[in-house]
Design a protein around this ligand. Structure first.
Ligand SMILES: *Cc1c(COP(=O)(O)O)cnc(C)c1O
Length: 404
């Protein structure tokens, strides 16, 4: 790794740059900053890449808009009271999304733990300290079998037992005096037997709070209020997926009593299950500004832009004989124009994994997703213009495999 000092030393041997830093030079701070701009990832020996995959934590999520970065920089120069900032920002977000209350969390997974904890303890501060020991508290969370995914660990963090059900009949039979909450995974709305509205209706019928995980469910923008309007008591969204906010931020929205209770589990309070889920002023303000920008944006023209980018890559890939492309939009979760590229491996002699590896190893490097059947691409996490690079690399790799 090259240290900053070595870098400066290297700069100073260049006569021009050396002259720039001499006393009395007319160089502006701006230019000086540009000359000094460090390529940190390069210093660390890291590869950066075009993100043709989508919003993945492993690929560091999304990129924030300049206004969000400005808000983060602004916040980093001042001290404020953390609780007061959460209060004020929460009020603003709730007003923007017309829900009762809101708070910024350290991502959707954090919102799931904090929200569940809030539902379990209410405003009882002894119970807050007691978690994850549930003595004297409700201890079961009902979940549809088809809604189970890795992220439900965030519910189990609170010490509860997940009770799996499939049908409405199962669900109603599973409800008892230990039932604390009913859990819903929005992405699997159409996979489970019980759909969103019916789920809420059952929750209300038995007086059990319902929580909907919508982490990856903008766009469409209306989802930001659709599910609180529908009657879910708590709803969460990731801050760093479609909202393009800080990657370590998320939203917890819903009923005031549960948001207040969830806040009792969050920093600055220390004797809590959520102490490790800190969001500081930079992410809180960044999240607010990201949401403002997201709500103001021209969603229709953004959508058209994604469509034309996807079409460009699709046309490039399918110009190679034997290659098939399919453009689709997932119903829920990552609801954006998406491309599936597949080919007859007798004609184009390369596997999907090999294509993805070639894209990854090229310059610039390109990350995609997919399985044995296809290479899958979205453009919503790319910077403008990168779709052309992706289109030509994909065509080149497939064309070369055809020739050989
Ligand atoms: C991404 C995701 C999460 C986790 O969100 P973070 O903001 O990264 O904590 C939880 N649930 C679902 C369904 C997700 O897609």
């Amino acid at each position: 790794m090259i240290s900053r000092r070595t870098l400066l030393k290297q700069f100073s041997v260049l006569p021009l740059v050396g002259a720039l830093f001499n006393k009395g030079s007319l160089i502006t701070n701006d230019l000086r900053a540009q000359v000094l701009r460090r390529d940190y990832f390069k210093e660390l020996g890291m590869r950066t890449f075009i993100n043709a995959a989508g919003t993945y934590t492993a690929l560091t999520g999304s990129l924030m808009e300049p206004e969000v970065i400005e808000a983060i920089k602004y916040a980093s120069n001042e001290y404020v009271n953390l609780d007061e900032l959460q209060d004020k920002v929460g009020e603003q977000i709730a007003a923007m999304l017309h829900c009762e209350a809101a708070t910024v969390t350290a991502g959707a997974a954090s919102a799931i733990t904090l929200g569940t904890a809030g539902i379990l303890t209410g405003l009882d501060e002894d119970k807050v300290i007691q978690l994850p020991d549930l003595t004297g508290m409700k201890s079961e969370v009902i979940i549809q079998k088809q809604h189970r995914i890795t992220y439900d660990h965030a519910i189990r963090n609170c010490g509860v037992r997940l009770v799996e059900v499939e049908t409405r009949k199962d669900l109603e039979a599973a409800i008892n005096e230990k039932t604390a909450m009913m859990w819903f995974l929005n992405a699997n709305n159409y996979v489970g037997h019980i759909r969103d509205e019916e789920f809420v209706e059952i929750g209300k019928k038995y007086g059990i709070p319902t929580f909907n995980d919508c982490a990856a469910d903008v766009p469409p923008v209306e989802n930001l209020w659709k599910y609180t309007d529908m009657g879910f008591d708590l709803v969460t969204f990731s801050g760093g997926k479609g909202l393009l906010g800080p990657q370590s931020a998320g939203l917890l929205l819903g009923k005031k009593e549960y948001i207040q209770a969830a806040r009792l589990h969050a920093p600055p309070r220390g004797n809590t299950i959520g102490r490790g889920m800190k969001v500081n002023k930079e992410e809180i303000l960044g999240m607010l500004v990201a949401l403002e920008i997201y709500l103001e944006k021209d969603h229709e023209s953004e959508w058209k832009n994604w469509e034309s980018q996807i079409k460009l890559i699709s046309d490039a890939a399918s110009s190679v004989k034997g290659v098939k492309t399919e453009i689709h939009v997932p119903d829920v979760a990552n609801h954006v124009p998406s491309l599936r590229i597949s080919w007859d491996q007798d004609k184009v002699k390369i596997t999907t994994e090999e294509v993805r590896e070639k894209l990854r190893k090229g310059h610039p490097s390109i990350e995609t997703v997919g399985g044995e059947e296809s290479v899958d691409i979205t453009t919503w996490m790319m910077l403008p213009g990168q779709e052309r690079i992706v289109a030509s690399r994909v065509r080149e790799i497939l064309e070369n495999a055809r020739d050989s």
